[in-house]
Design a protein around this ligand. Structure first.
Ligand SMILES: Nc1ncnc2c1ncn2[C@@H]1O[C@H](COP(=O)(O)OS(=O)(=O)O)[C@@H](OP(=O)(O)O)[C@H]1O
Ligand SMILES: Nc1ncnc2c1ncn2[C@@H]1O[C@H](COP(=O)(O)OP(=O)(O)O)[C@@H](O)[C@H]1O
Length: 409
């Protein structure tokens, strides 16, 4: 018997698997069978057959929080078996506003409701996550005649495209999230109400103005010089996770600019982690060489750690050569899947300048054939076509380079 290839599920793919096993979606858009779907510890969770059928192997692990309450997280087939004809599903993807509550109360007067809470394993920074949405839905239910609340596993969108480490078979299509109307049908409802889509222009305008409300209040209270400082301090306290990823030839100036940037960010009170090249090669990537595979491993490890830092709201600054586009793309996907901002900064200083600098004497050794696989000499550097910023340090000072990166963050 030959075993089918394995695919390690991303969090969003896990949500889709849970939906499929519960009967909410007929097949998995990312998995063509035969394939074994596993968690990140390679434990098989489900098998996908040749015909796309999905069968469970082991229950998907629950976690903490009200969204994991098994009385709420009920499979679609069980919910639909209970739902009264003519039921309206209410899709609560955002915390309900007072206006939303009124709209739901009106709908409750005309028939049965089912409150559906799309719960992702990811929370975009600054948004109400699955636990908060579930609590808000329970409160809304209590106010509107106690309709049933059901938590629906639901992929986060961009994170669904990150892809997991896989061997063979599945690839993630652009957008895997099923339409809310299809979910409502699968859970047995006949109609769908999305309160966020029914909001008045006034409510929409007020919601759009919310992010600037603090700045306006500060401007009204303080003179300009104090307001700047108060805003700066507030911004430092609420920073969204960011990965600033430098790439460029040896000697291009990555470390110099990265260190100066990290020092400035740190001074501003931002939670900053510098993944220094030497320290990374000494600790995280000890023993790795400079062949293609080792470099890919090194760069992906750096990306993984940087993503963890950013996931917790910090700023990670990394500066490896990162010569291969595929690894850089993987790192970007990984960071963005956590909801972090990702900035690829290409330090494009020409090879002749880097070689003339030859700070460590490595180019001379590489030319003499004493160092094999040296980037730019005997190993390729794939120039990025997706850089968010390109800086040539033979033309731009360290100070100006830092200013440009800060402006882009
Ligand atoms: N063969 C070869 N090619 C390129 N660089 C070499 C090589 N051997 C050693 N070094 C030194 O290692 C530094 C690059 O390491 P990185 O971790 O940034 O490289 S990579 O991203 O994994 O390609 C690099 O330093 P910086 O460019 O200053 O970072 C070199 O000093
Ligand atoms: N504008 C500049 N920006 C960055 N480095 C510069 C600049 N001008 C000269 N240099 C010098 O170039 C060298 C770059 O080395 P480094 O920052 O270690 O590069 P990398 O990390 O890309 O290998 C340093 O000696 C630095 O002082």
């Amino acid at each position: 018997m030959t075993s089918s290839p394995a695919h390690v599920l991303t969090d969003d793919e896990l949500d889709l698997l849970e939906l499929a096993l519960g009967g909410a979606v007929p097949r998995l858009p990312f998995a063509e069978g035969p394939v074994t779907l596993t968690d990140t510890e390679n434990t098989p969770l489900a098998e996908v057959g040749d015909d796309g059928s999905v069968s469970p192997v082991k229950p998907i692990a629950a976690a903490l929080g009200p969204q994991w309450d098994e009385r709420l997280r009920v499979p679609a087939r069980d919910v639909s078996a209970d739902v009264a004809p003519g039921t309206t599903a209410v899709w609560l993807a955002e915390a309900p506003t007072a206006e939303d509550v009124a709209a739901v109360a009106r709908a409750a007067e005309t028939g049965e409701l089912l409150l559906l809470v799309p719960a992702s394993r990811h929370t975009a920074p600054g948004t109400v996550g699955a636990a908060g949405l579930t609590r808000a839905a329970l409160a809304l239910a209590a106010e509107t005649g106690n309709p049933r609340v059901v938590v629906v596993p639901y992929p986060h969108g961009s994170a669904a495209r990150a892809g997991g480490a896989s061997s063979g078979g599945p690839t993630a299509p652009a957008d895997m999230a099923p339409a809310p109307s299809d979910i409502a049908t699968a859970y047995g409802a006949e109609r769908l109400l999305v309160p966020a889509d029914e909001r008045s222009p006034e409510a929409r305008a007020a919601l759009a103005a919310l992010p600037d409300a603090h700045a306006r209040a500060v401007a009204a209270l303080y003179p300009a010089a104090s307001a700047r400082e108060v805003e700066r301090a507030a911004a430092a306290g609420h920073s969204r996770g960011t990965v600033v990823f430098f790439t460029g030839l040896s000697g291009s100036g990555k470390s110099t600019v990265a260190r100066a940037l990290a020092a400035e960010l740190d001074d501003d009170g931002l939670e900053t982690t510098l993944l220094d090249g030497d320290a990374v090669r000494h600790h995280l990537s000890k023993g790795l060489g400079f062949d293609r595979e080792s470099r890919e491993t090194n760069v992906e490890r750096i990306g993984y750690v940087a993503s963890l830092v950013a996931k917790h709201g910090g700023i990670a600054v990394a500066a490896p050569i990162a010569p291969f586009a595929a690894s850089r793309a993987k790192v970007r996907a990984l960071a963005e899947a956590t909801g972090a901002r990702f900035l690829l900064v290409h330090i494009s200083t020409p090879l002749e300048v880097c070689e003339a600098r030859d700070r460590k004497g490595l180019y001379a050794k590489a030319r003499a054939g004493e160092i094999p696989d040296f980037t730019g000499i005997s190993s390729p550097y794939e120039t990025p076509d997706d850089a968010d910023l390109t800086i040539d340090t033979s033309e731009v000072s360290v100070e100006d380079a830092v200013t440009r990166v800060r402006a882009a963050i």
